[in-house]
Design a protein around this ligand. Structure first.
Ligand SMILES: [Zn+2]
Length: 145
């Protein structure tokens, strides 16, 4: 699943930080994929996770709930995306690289496993972390002046 997310990251607009996200249904079939598109869309909320969740709901065409789904993303989600994951009722989150500066699934906060929430997705972080981190490192190295 993270390999699919890496492929989605590779398809990002060259101006955008290459983060990729893919949603799978309960049987493991890919439903939707997206990459971070904040620059391409001029939209501060166009993170890969949000775009993939929206696309998955459209594809399923069965309301807003993504129960049983898994979202795989190359980078630990931020607070917005962690909130979107809870709201969409995904069953499972798998992510690659940890994000110590903004991560909201264990690094700075742990939004998706907050016991005060009535829906808490399962989480597996650090999957293929070296590969996922390398994609981001290469992007930031090439964009440094
Ligand atoms: Zn985000």
């Amino acid at each position: 699943m993270i390999r699919a997310a890496l492929a989605a990251a590779a398809a990002a607009d060259p101006r955008d930080v290459p983060v990729g996200a893919v949603v799978f249904d309960a049987s493991g079939r890919e439903i939707a994929r997206a990459s971070n598109a904040r620059e391409a869309l001029g939209d501060p909320t166009a993170h890969a996770e949000v775009l993939a969740l929206r696309a998955a709901a459209r594809v399923l065409g069965d309301g807003w709930r993504l129960e049983g789904a898994t979202l795989a993303v190359t980078l630990e989600p931020c607070t917005m995306c962690a909130g979107a994951l809870v709201l969409s009722r995904v069953r499972r989150l798998v992510f690659g690289a940890w994000e110590p500066k903004t991560g909201a699934v264990g690094s700075l906060w742990d939004v998706v496993r907050d016991r005060r929430l009535n829906h808490r997705p399962e989480v597996r972080g650090g999957v293929l972390e070296p590969e996922c981190a390398a994609v981001l490192d290469a992007f930031f190295r090439s964009h440094r002046i």
